[in-house]
Write a protein that binds this ligand. Structure first.
Ligand code: ZN
Length: 294
């Protein structure tokens, strides 16, 4: 009960801030729309379930509320369409792309059918090792929770549904930012992604770094992804993508179960526009004729 009151108070504070800055938000949105500079916002979720609710779980009711809000207020686009608008340097309306990380079996019970029913596209980043072993993710095991990962059959079913694209999320959910051994990076980032492709019988175009903070990114891995034809990588520390930003690095915002915080982000928080510096990889030159993006 106490926790609930506390959350209600926090939500009220966030809503007050959102309303207080509303004139700024409305003007920002208007000006940016007019010149084709509206942001592409990409959300990341992990697990949608009502049992064993962890900090990276959102309940089915809350997820439904998110989708209602997103559908009412924004154009929902695929990650590929979002990336195209960033690369083309033109987007007239704020749009939102939905992603998931890790590959939780629970998502096949509610989240994916719900997305399919609404015809909403999403990109679903999967850690190969857990799909193969069926073992719970290390970050759940630490909490004594054994939420199961998706099976290969479930991933294939998602693809067949027509709205979900599968992406790579390493072999062992390693912190790639801390890796230095080129063979290990190759295995986590490229080999695991290729094996996942084989399993699902579908090419993989996108990759998300586990944990996704600047410290968890790795330029050697990013360059390897580019050399191997992956179209972009995703981080997970917040931040907007504006047309003209680096289209190879898609910044993502947490699909916070508190709708007030999500609303604050998606209606453009002035503090976050200025206060979230974009991680800038040092790209190495690609071999010629490999289709480098401008
Ligand atoms: Zn993850």
């Amino acid at each position: 009960m106490k926790l609930r009151n506390m959350n209600a108070l926090k939500s009220a504070i966030v809503d007050t801030y959102t309303m207080a800055t509303w004139p700024w938000r409305a003007r920002f949105r208007q000006v940016h729309a007019r010149v084709g500079m509206a942001p592409v916002m990409v959300l990341f979720y992990h697990r949608v379930a009502d049992r064993d609710v962890t900090p990276w779980t959102i309940t089915c009711d809350d997820f439904r509320r998110h989708l209602d809000y997103l559908q009412a207020k924004f154009e929902i686009v695929s990650l590929a369409e979002g990336q195209r608008r960033i690369a083309m340097r033109f987007n007239t309306d704020p749009c939102v792309a939905i992603t998931f990380d890790d590959g939780y079996g629970d998502n096949s019970e509610f989240a994916i059918p719900e997305l399919n029913a609404r015809q909403m596209p999403a990109t679903y980043f999967v850690t190969l090792g857990n799909v193969l072993s069926g073992e719970p993710f290390a970050h759940d095991a630490k909490l004594g929770i054994s939420a199961r990962p998706n099976s290969v059959a479930e991933l294939r079913e998602m693809i067949a549904g027509g709205n979900i694209e599968i992406g790579g999320h390493t072999r062992t959910h390693a912190d790639i930012g801390s890796l230095h051994d080129p063979a290990r990076i190759q295995d986590e980032v490229i080999d695991a992604t290729r094996e996942l492709e084989q399993l699902i019988d579908q090419p993989i175009r996108y990759f998300a770094f586990p944990f996704g903070l600047p410290a968890n990114l790795n330029d050697a891995a990013i360059n390897l992804l580019r050399q191997n034809g992956i179209l972009a990588f995703c981080s997970a520390y917040g931040g907007y993508n504006f047309p003209g930003d680096d289209p190879y690095h898609i910044q993502r915002i947490h699909g916070d179960s508190e709708l007030s915080r999500l609303r604050n982000w998606l209606t453009i928080d002035p503090r976050k526009v200025a206060g979230v510096p974009r991680y800038q990889p040092r790209y190495t030159r690609l071999p010629e004729s490999s289709g480098e993006q401008a």
